[in-house]
Design a protein. Sequence first.
Length: 276
Amino acid sequence: MSVRLIAVDLDGTLLDASGRVHESDRRALQAAAREGVVVSIITGRLYSGSARAAHAIGADGPVACVEGAHLVWGTSGVEISHDEIPRAVAARARELFRGSTSACFAFAHDEIVHDETGAPFLPYVTAWSERVTTARHTCDHPHWDHERGLSAVVAVGVEGEIREAAAELERAGGAFVVSFPIARVPGDLWGMMVRSAGTDKGVALAALAAHHGLTVDDCAVVGDWLNDVPMFQVAGHSFAMGQAPDDVARHAKTRLTATSATGGGVAEALARLGIT
């Protein structure tokens, strides 16, 4: 068998609009596991936002969360590794957003911390996890000072303020910083994410493969968005969902016909591989 591990994205790939695993994909992954294929997840979500899917598909080994910054045993939640934001970058982000009009969210200890400024954006942010803690001010929460550090910082605000903060944090160095317009939130707002620079979904795939004594050539991946491109570029077999933007899909070896709306993208990929 040429494929010995399949790793799938969650949002826009394995999950439907309500956050549940598409039934046809669940059955296909479970069938693949019975044939000896390792089943895993690579997602931007926290583990607390991924655990239900991991249990549903029987991902008994490691899964990669926060773009690979957090490796966790899929069905037990036991941590394998955690890459925090560099302390100097986190400290600068804390300074910038303490006096900002933007909403700031701290991702740490497998939960999301926010204050009242962030409340309107919870439907957007809680796609990463339903474990949410409310603070008087996000930047005053003890997670910032904990020895474990932060997994990520997310901010939502007007374009100018967000892009200026992103540029400042990029200059600080040592972290991955991205800013982007948010289509799903009304008001022409922008978002920003800061996380460890040492990993992405491609690095995460290599770590998952190595854990099982495999190489990335032994792996297949399925995804739909820009953050999936690094794993498309290194996997032996890569599949883009039918609704993936053209500039994402061109990096995958195969574009699927199934979409996140229809479901069945993962099942289609496995069928094309001759596994189910």
